[in-house]
Design a protein around this ligand. Structure first.
Ligand SMILES: [Cu+2]
Ligand SMILES: [Zn+2]
Length: 239
């Protein structure tokens, strides 16, 4: 009789334990999922990463004007630089569409960079040096776009894979794009300035990079006047 009683008690305890386990497990899982979600949200908010519009795609527009510090005899460069990047790890795409350069052949290539400040109160001169969040030498800065060839007074270029980003703590939104009078020596000039700015000379034109809707980008993607290699890349993508 005693043995039967022990068995009954043991069975009841087992049942209670397993019932308890069934109750505890989902609660623990829910807690974990909840904690994960909260930590993720915290990171996203902290880094201000997730764009809330455009289906997670960030767009930026920079509308170039000639530097107010230029001599009257200098060329007046205007135009647009457009950026597009898909959240969170897509590479940065950019369209450069600039005009106002001399139209004669044998033009020097022109350097274009992202500079630190979106401050143009003293023309392009108040934009600071190259944006350099990792304290590295030129031309390893995220906005070292290199040299651009001038054709018929214009620069038109599409890039699909740039190093700069529109997301996170190193976003270039609010910083500036500067177009220079000369070519970039790409760090090979054998002096300190070469490792800071590529000796690209006077700042001809600049703009502040601002968040934008997709309108400008989409207009270009459909426009026959879009940079030649953008049209080419579209043809390739569309198959
Ligand atoms: Cu520059
Ligand atoms: Zn640089």
């Amino acid at each position: 009789m005693n043995n039967l009683l022990y068995l009954a008690v043991a069975l009841t305890v087992c049942e209670l334990l397993s019932a308890g386990a069934e109750v505890v497990k989902p609660v623990e899982e829910e807690l974990l999922t909840d904690t994960n979600k909260k930590v993720n949200e915290l990171w996203i908010n902290l880094l201000n990463m997730k764009p809330t519009d455009n289906d997670g795609i960030a767009y930026a527009t920079c509308s170039l004007s000639p530097s107010s510090k230029l001599e009257p005899s200098e060329v007046k460069v205007t135009g647009l630089v457009l950026f597009k990047q898909v959240f969170p790890s897509g590479t940065l795409e950019a369209i450069f569409d600039l005009e106002g350069f001399p139209t004669d052949a044998n033009q020097s290539a022109r350097a274009i960079h992202i500079h630190t400040y979106g401050d143009l109160t003293n023309g392009c001169d108040s934009a600071g040096g190259h944006y350099n969040p990792m304290s590295v030498d030129h031309p390893q800065h995220p906005g070292d776009f290199g040299n651009f060839r001038v054709r018929d007074g214009k620069i038109q270029k599409f890039f699909a894979n740039l190093d700069a980003t529109l997301f996170g703590p190193f976003s270039v939104i609010g910083r500036s794009v500067v177009v220079h009078k000369q070519a970039d020596d790409l760090g090979k000039g054998n002096n300190q300035a070469s490792l800071e700015n590529g000796n690209a000379g006077k700042r001809l034109a600049c703009c502040i990079i601002g968040s934008s809707s997709k309108n400008n980008w989409e207009k270009y993607a459909q426009d026959s006047a879009a940079p030649r290699n953008l049209r080419f890349s579209r043809r390739v993508k569309n198959g």
